[in-house]
Design a protein around this ligand. Structure first.
Ligand code: MF3
Ligand code: CO
Length: 236
């Protein structure tokens, strides 16, 4: 899990550096693929339930599962990159939102708040806490800043499969669900919007966009619960 996630982080950093005005999102996918070949890992998303590419690139009102294509990135865009690999039977998964050039100040605030919410959730990923303590912490940060928490998509256990139990909502009452134990590996991934939380899926069958067209952000880490607290395996 450590190796898989270190490689995820390295590739995400490489892709993030290429997010600039003028680049087509499919070029970001090609770069991710090339880096997978170099590192001898399998991209985790390609072929997953028929997903056609190796990375998800979700721009502005796109929340998650944006399919790379001919769309060109431009200054002012808020670009979410979500990427995973399989290495020796184990999965890694992480996501980051990047601001391209000068972005709207509220969009920047959304991005910062979502990353803060991720870390608030991670800080609850320790022995003795309940699963939904993570959910509640994430929701508190996002809604405290008057942003929306996406309901339709959730974080997840991760290990020998990309998606394992338990599901990890980004909202809810604390103190529910299983007790966290050392050795659990969790993908914690707040997805947020500047407006309402409702989403719809585009005709491509994948791309989730906010119904109100407001900008969205997404940060994700794979985290191990240890006797010494949360260990972020996918740290960039
Ligand atoms: N990080 C996302 C998730 O955990 C990405 C998976 S989407 C797919 O659900 F492309 F793989 F389908
Ligand atoms: Co995930």
């Amino acid at each position: 899990m450590e190796t898989a996630n270190r490689i995820v982080a390295e590739i995400l950093v490489g892709v993030k550096e290429r997010v600039q005005p003028g680049i087509e999102t499919r070029e970001l996918d090609e770069l991710a693929e090339e880096m997978c070949r170099q590192q001898k890992v399998e991209p985790a998303f390609k072929g997953y339930r028929g997903y056609p590419r190796s990375i998800c690139v979700s721009v502005n009102e796109e929340v998650v599962h944006g399919i790379p294509g001919a769309r060109k990135i431009k200054a002012g865009d808020l670009v979410s990159l979500d990427f995973g690999v399989k290495y020796q039977g184990y999965y890694g998964d992480a996501a980051v939102t990047v601001a391209v050039g000068e972005v709207d100040s509220r969009a920047r605030k959304l991005m910062e708040t979502t990353e803060t919410a991720l870390y608030a959730g991670i800080s609850q990923a320790k022995v003795g806490q309940h699963l939904t303590d993570i959910s509640h912490a994430v929701q508190g940060v996002v809604e405290g800043a008057k942003f929306g928490v996406i309901r339709e998509f959730v974080g997840h256990g991760i290990g020998r499969s990309l998606h394992e139990d338990p599901q990890i909502p980004n909202f809810g009452l604390p103190g529910r669900g299983p007790l966290l134990q050392a050795g659990m590996t969790l993908a914690i991934e707040p997805m947020t919007s500047m407006g309402a939380w409702q989403v719809r899926i585009l005709q491509d069958g994948w791309t989730a966009v906010t119904q109100d067209g407001s900008y969205a952000a997404h940060f994700e880490h794979t985290v191990a619960v240890t006797e010494n607290g949360p260990l972020i395996l996918s740290r960039l």
